[in-house]
Design a protein around this ligand. Structure first.
Ligand code: ADP
Length: 309
């Protein structure tokens, strides 16, 4: 009987406010569950075990695109059957497509006796992100595969830096409106002012230094985005209120998760993270938009193989 590998692929927060396209972190909650087995014929079969109605055509599902790119590398000698049980809502901004792409790559690699490196898995998985958003980017993929906080210093050539970080709680609210990554990219300005760039790279450097030094105040001060947030936050009802009231409730800071509509806040302790959750719930109850919230921590492991038999 052929082997089946089951993995958990976690949600991720990309950008981390000031680090558009270059920073990301992995969460413990929510996560997708995926099982994969080899097929005799060189094709990809996708079975969806959830209510999201994502495409089963492998060319149209990010996980399928990733597996097809791995098959090509293996001279199309083998195929895969993949079952996806998705819990991270597509278009949420917490790395739904990246979880499928990274999860498929890690799971397939486990079947293939780990012949590919993590860096190669990121390369395969980025093909999925290209399908979802039109651009190859790794700020969800890298933390999903490596775990923790990651810096994608460069895509060409790929240069991923794992950034050590202190214990941090993450509160996420997902207002149930859809913001497509491709749309959220289109509205961005193509040029920025030098004075804004200086502020932004000061914050990126400050945030990375804050993580490495476990300097919570520096982390909080650096969670500022003068380039992307002023444009994108307009797409998210309640954004400004969530941000200001979350900070008043004890959060270090936060902002748009990926391209939104989810908003995340970092906190030093669980009590603050839970107080932030209440603030978020009160705001979306008042506005009248359905939402999900998560109080979770940074996931240092990334995609996890939970069964292999
Ligand atoms: P997120 O930031 O939550 O990943 P994206 O907008 O980047 O959201 O990706 C969601 C888009 O990708 C949707 O249009 C969805 O239909 C498409 N998609 C294709 N396959 C998948 C998959 N396996 N998982 C999630 N989204 C997928």
């Amino acid at each position: 009987m052929s082997k089946t590998v089951t993995i958990h692929a976690p949600g991720t927060v990309a950008n981390l406010v000031c680090g558009f396209d270059v920073l990301g972190l992995a969460l413990h909650q929510p996560y997708d569950i995926m099982s994969i087995k080899l097929k005799d014929e060189p094709t990809v079969t996708i079975i969806n075990k959830d209510e999201f109605n994502l495409p089963t055509d492998p060319e149209k599902n990010v996980a399928g695109v990733v597996l097809l790119s791995m098959m090509e590398k293996l001279n199309n000698e083998t195929g895969f059957e993949l079952t996806i049980e998705k819990h991270i809502k597509p278009g949420s901004g917490i790395g739904s497509s990246a979880a499928s792409a990274a999860g498929a790559a890690v799971a397939a690699n486990e079947l293939l006796d780990k012949q590919f490196s993590k860096e190669e898995l990121v390369q395969f998985a980025m093909n999925g992100e290209k399908l979802a958003s039109g651009v190859k980017h790794a700020d969800n993929i890298a933390p999903c595969i490596y775990g923790g906080v990651t810096l994608i210093r460069s895509i060409h050539p790929l240069d991923i830096v794992q950034v050590p970080a202190p214990e941090l709680y993450v509160t996420v609210v997902h207002p149930q409106i859809e913001v497509r990554t491709s749309d959220a990219r289109q509205i961005l300005k193509k040029q920025i002012l030098l004075k804004d760039a200086i502020k932004q790279w000061g914050n990126v450097a400050g945030l990375v230094a804050g993580f490495i030094k476990s300097d919570y105040d520096l982390i909080g001060r650096s969670l500022e985005d003068v380039i992307i947030e002023p444009v994108r936050s307009i797409l998210i009802p309640g954004f400004d209120e969530v941000k200001s009231k979350s900070k008043a409730a004890g959060a270090l800071g936060g902002g748009i998760s990926g391209s939104g509509p989810s908003i995340f806040m970092l906190s030093k302790d669980e009590a603050s993270a839970k107080a932030v959750e209440i603030v978020m719930q009160e705001i979306y109850n008042k506005i009248g938009i359905d939402y999900n919230t998560y109080v979770t921590k940074i996931n240092g492991e990334g995609v996890r193989v939970v069964d292999s038999k």
